[in-house]
Unconditional design. Structure first.
Length: 85
């Protein structure tokens, strides 16, 4: 077994590597969706968010999280997913 390939098969015949990559991408997308939803709340109902007196700072913090998970997804897709298979 090579270091860069993880070939444990599951009962459905999918390779563990593919399952882990899919799970990672889903996890990252879930975080992106969550933080975008938070920004939408701030943009549409800023007075309803009492614990954040500085709405712009709160939006910036949420967007930093979106960028972080977007970058993680992009790196996984670029370096670990074989586009031909």
């Amino acid at each position: 077994m090579e270091n860069d390939t993880f070939y444990v098969s599951t009962s459905k015949g999918r390779k563990m590597r593919a399952i882990l990559i899919d799970a990672f991408l889903s996890h990252a997308q879930g975080h992106i969706d969550k933080h975008i939803a938070n920004v939408e709340v701030y943009l549409h109902h800023p007075v309803g968010v009492g614990e954040h007196p500085d709405i712009m700072e709160a939006i910036e913090t949420e967007m930093e999280e979106v960028a972080k998970y977007h970058d993680l997804k992009e790196m996984m897709e670029r370096y670990f997913i074989d586009k031909d298979n």
